[in-house]
Every structure is written in structure tokens, then in C-alpha cells.
Design a protein around this ligand. Structure first.
Ligand code: ME8
Length: 505
């Protein structure tokens, strides 16, 4: 089975911050999960390098736009590796392959009679790279701005338009027939009501600056940055060659985006695709926004969180774990150092780390580092194994529905139950009284540790890889095939090192 997942492509007007890291990690989690399901995954990320906002940032730095984006794009590309994100492709919209794809897409819309030339007069926000109706703006001290405070300019220029108004009915039908395409549900309702409020034709070219993909056959115009940017998802799978194996395998895609850019992905993009005779996206998931210690994150407030620094302070897997266990994926969340320490100590150090530490040390010290398979189970054993099956099923269900926090919670509950089982079975006492029974107990615990670790791979890939290395585990076991079967060979373990040292709260 094939699976194509994308992050938004990030503007190269500034350095990456925690919000960018959050979206990219979320896609990595979903991508790694699907890889463990043995799917053939393509995970795409990259940078959005054209438009007025990027051009302005280059001008402010007195650097030529191309040199400017070359420099800034590298920061985003490096961040992907730094965050341990297993992306398969990193796309830049200034690449030749993308310019060809975007212009071919434009030509297809033109050929299908979906574009016309006229004049645009109205409001534009460079910060959002978005056109606004006057009714969407608010008047603050005699000046109009967007509801989220972005400044707007009144612009009047010749422009190509996309016949978006023709897609009202089609989009409504499409979403009413496929209500699960947009998640969470509240976002679906939001998009549907936006469409039902009426769609106007959309300006899709600009003439007052040059930093963009040129409109074919009319060098006065550059494409509106959003039509250029959205096409990146097609570029990466060989568009305009829709006959390529890559294209056939991977389209349509799953798009993960922040709630700020849902409208572009869930209204404009499907309409563009329909207009170009292509299938609309398979899935659009909009996640929430992070605040910093209760405050909106913004450059002017000086509270932007640098992903490099925060990882340096707490560790990468600690941050990955925090971001996705603390807040339901889809909701807004508040970033606080106290919350990170609490969460990491409770779940990773105490619940998961201690279990591994005490069991593996015990086996190394008392069982010659190895445990033979034993299947002579008591009621208590069966209860724990049934609990494992239940939690595993929940985990799959939650992960399939992008409920990452709940999936993590299922694993943590399983680990708590396993810790309670360790205490009640007390292998250290069994060592003196019943060796055979001790072996059964340890065999079950090792199985659950191994399986919980595999379930945690998408969230904390580097720590789980260390844990798995203690088990000399066969590679074929790392995945969800035959996952419920217990290991049927002797498990040898290595002496563990503490993986999640407690953070000083
Ligand atoms: O919008 N909390 O790029 P962008 C969570 N180039 N996520 C956040 C966040 C926060 N505080 N701040 C930003 C663009 N994000 C366009 C996209 S796609 C064809 C073009 C994340 O650099 C979130 O995913 O402004 C948001 O959608 C994205 O960064 C915006 O990145």
C-alpha cells in the first residue's frame, strides 16, 4: 500500500521556530507509523521561497532574493535531520522541477478555461500572503487589519483570476459525500460553512513585484504565491507526468497543516485540482497552535522558541514526546518548561525508563542475561496479555485517526499495568522460591517492553532504537506484522544504561 504525506512548505523569510518543528515532527510520526505498517511511504517537506513576504525579507536584509532563500532554506533542511525526521524528499519552490510543474499546472487550468484576465482591486496582507474581503477585516484606530492583527494594503492591479465561484456546488457535494476528509470535525464544519457562505473568483497572479514563478506567455505577471506553493505537492511526484509510477502510486496525498492555512488547502487546493482534472486530497488534517507560557508566539513579543535551543536543553525525544503527549493533535497547546519536565519525568523516566532499567538489570544480574520462552500462563499473566491486546488495538485505532496523544496514552497505560504486574509478581522473590515461575513472569514482561517500544518508535525514534539494541532483537520483528504473537525464541539482553534521566523540576 502507498501513502503520501506532506508538511506545508515553510516560508524562507526567517529562521524556523517551534511551530515549524511541530508540524514536521507530526508528519514524521505518522510517516514512521505507516512505515511500521509496511506501507510504501513518501514523506515530503520543503520550503516556500517566492512571494512578496520573502522578497521583502530579502530586501530588508539587502540581499538578492535568490541568495537570501538559498541561505534560509538550508536552515529548514537541516532542521529536518536535526529533529530525526525521516523525510524522503525536501522540495524548494525555486527548483527547476517545481517551476516546470507550476507552469504546466497553470497551462492546464488555462486550457480547461478556468482562468481569465481582469483587474483586482481589494485588500492584501503580505504577512499572510492572502486576499481579504473588507467584511473579514477589523478597524483598529482607523486602520483596517485582519482579525489576527496582520496589516493589509489596498491594491489595484491587472490580475488573472481562477473561476473559484464555479466550484461552490462541487466542493459542497464532495465534502458532504466525504466528511472524513477534513479533520478534526470542527475544522470540517468551519470549511463547509465557509464554502456555503459563497465563493468569489480568486486572484492568482501579481504584477507589482517580480519574485515568483512567471506566468507562461505573460511575463508581466508572476503567479500568486499560493498557487505556486500548493503545486509543490504535485512537483514531488513528477507532475506534469501523471503517467509516472510515482504519480500513480502516490496521488492523492494526506496534507498536515496548521489551522492558519486550512482554507488554502481545503477550499482553493481541491478546487484547483478539480479544475486541472486531478483528484482532490485524500486527507487534510489541521492541527492547533502553540503558545509560549500562555502568550501568543510572535517575533515582536520576542518569545519565539528556537527548536535547536529547546532540544539542547531537554533532549530531542523528550521534546517530541512532550509535544505529542501533552496536547491532543488538533488542539492548541501551551509550551511550558515546567510541563515538559513533569511529563517527561512521569512518563518516560518513571513509567517507561524505570521498567526497562529494573527488569533488564535484574535479568543481567540474576538470569545470565537471557530468558527462555515459557507459555505456562496463570490468570494474572493472561489478564496482562489481554490488556496488551486491547491497548494495542486502541493504539492502532487512535494512530489511524491522528489521535496521537491517545495512542501514546494507551502505551503508557499498558506500561503502568506492567509495572503493577512486576510489583505484584515480584520476580526477585520468585528467584528464591520458584525459578520456573520467575522465568514466565520475566518472559511476559520482556515481550511487553519490546512491543511497547515498537509502538513508541514513531514518537521517540532514537531512544526506542537504543532500547531495542539491548534486546539483540531480530529486525523482522520490528513492525506491526504478527505483532500480537509473543516472541518464540530465547531473548538475550544487554546491560542497559539509563535512557531518560530525570529532569530537575
Ligand atoms: O504558511 N504553532 O508557511 P509558514 C503550531 N508557506 N504550528 C505553527 C505555529 C505555531 N505557533 N506557527 C507556525 C506557510 N506553525 C506557507 C505554506 S503550503 C503549500 C504553504 C506551522 O512558514 C503550521 O504548520 O508561515 C503552519 O501552518 C505553518 O507553520 C506555517 O508556516
Amino acid at each position: 500500500m502507498n501513502y503520501f504525506i506532506t508538511t506545508p512548505i515553510y516560508y524562507t523569510n526567517d529562521k524556523p521556530h517551534i511551530g515549524h518543528a511541530y508540524t514536521t515532527i507530526s508528519c514524521d510520526i505518522i510517516s514512521r507509523y505507516n512505515k511500521l505498517l509496511n506501507k510504501n511511504v513518501l514523506f515530503l517537506t520543503g520550503t516556500d521561497e517566492h512571494g512578496q513576504k520573502v522578497e521583502k525579507a530579502a530586501k530588508d536584509s539587502k540581499i538578492d532574493p535568490k541568495q537570501f532563500v538559498d541561505k534560509l532554506s538550508i536552515n529548514f533542511e537541516k532542521l529536518v535531520t536535526f529533529l530525526d525526521c525521516d523525510a524522503d524528499d525536501f522540495i524548494r519552490t525555486t527548483e527547476e522541477r517545481h517551476i516546470i510543474a507550476a507552469q504546466s499546472f497553470w497551462n492546464k487550468l488555462l486550457k480547461n478555461d478556468q482562468i481569465y484576465l481582469s483587474d483586482y482591486e481589494g485588500w492584501y496582507s503580505v504577512r499572510d500572503e492572502a486576499f481579504y474581503q473588507e467584511s473579514e477585516l477589523v478597524n483598529i484606530n482607523g486602520k483596517l487589519q485582519t482579525k489576527l492583527g496582520a496589516p493589509v494594503d489596498l491594491i489595484k492591479e491587472e490580475s488573472y483570476f481562477f473561476k473559484l465561484s464555479n466550484y461552490e456546488e462541487r466542493l459542497i457535494n464532495f465534502y458532504e459525500k466525504n466528511p472524513n476528509i477534513i479533520s478534526p470535525k470542527s475544522r470540517y464544519n468551519e470549511v463547509l460553512s465557509f464554502i456555503k457562505n459563497g465563493l468569489k473568483d480568486l486572484s492568482i497572479s501579481r504584477t507589482t513585484f517580480k519574485w515568483g514563478v512567471q506566468v507562461p506567455n505573460n511575463p508581466k505577471h508572476v503567479m500568486y504565491v499560493w498557487i505556486d506553493a500548493l503545486c509543490n505537492y504535485l512537483t514531488a511526484i513528477d507532475y506534469p507526468n501523471t503517467e509516472s509510477q510515482k504519480f500513480k502510486n502516490y496521488w492523492p496525498a494526506t496534507h498536515i497543516v496548521g489551522k492558519d492555512i486550512l482554507r488554502f488547502h481545503a477550499v482553493y487546493w481541491p478546487a484547483f485540482l478539480m479544475a486541472a482534472d486531478l483528484e482532490p486530497p485524500k486527507k487534510i488534517f489541521a492541527h492547533g497552535w502553540w503558545t509560549n507560557e500562555g502568550q501568543k508566539i510572535s517575533k515582536s513579543l520576542g518569545n519565539v522558541i528556537d527548536p535547536y535551543l529547546i532540544v539542547q536543553e531537554f533532549g530531542l525525544d523528550q521534546i517530541r514526546y512532550f509535544l505529542f503527549s501533552e496536547v491532543p493533535f488538533g488542539n492548541d497547546g501551551d509550551f511550558s518548561k515546567k510541563a515538559i519536565s513533569k511529563r517527561v519525568n512521569a512518563d518516560l523516566s518513571n513509567n517507561y525508563g524505570n521498567l526497562i532499567q529494573r527488569i533488564l538489570s535484574f535479568i543481567v544480574n540474576n538470569c545470565n542475561s537471557s530468558i527462555k520462552p515459557s507459555f505456562d500462563f496463570t490468570e494474572d499473566d493472561k489478564n496482562l496479555l489481554n490488556n496488551f491486546s486491547d491497548k494495542y488495538k486502541n493504539y492502532l485505532n487512535y494512530m489511524n485517526n491522528f489521535q496521537i496523544d491517545r495512542a501514546i496514552k494507551s502505551v503508557m497505560e499498558l506500561l503502568s499495568n506492567t509495572n503493577a504486574y512486576v510489583d505484584s509478581q515480584a520476580p526477585w522473590s520468585l528467584k528464591k522460591t520458584n525459578h520456573q515461575r520467575m522465568n514466565v513472569v520475566l518472559f511476559i514482561i520482556l515481550n511487553i517492553i519490546i512491543k511497547s517500544t515498537i509502538m513508541l518508535i514513531p514518537i521517540i525514534p532514537s531512544s526506542t532504537s537504543k532500547v531495542l539494541s539491548y534486546f539483540n532483537i531480530q529486525k523482522k520483528l520490528i513492525g506491526f506484522q504478527n505483532f500480537e504473537d509473543l516472541v518464540d525464541y530465547e531473548i538475550t539482553v544487554n546491560k542497559p544504561k539509563p535512557i531518560f534521566p530525570r529532569i530537575d523540576e
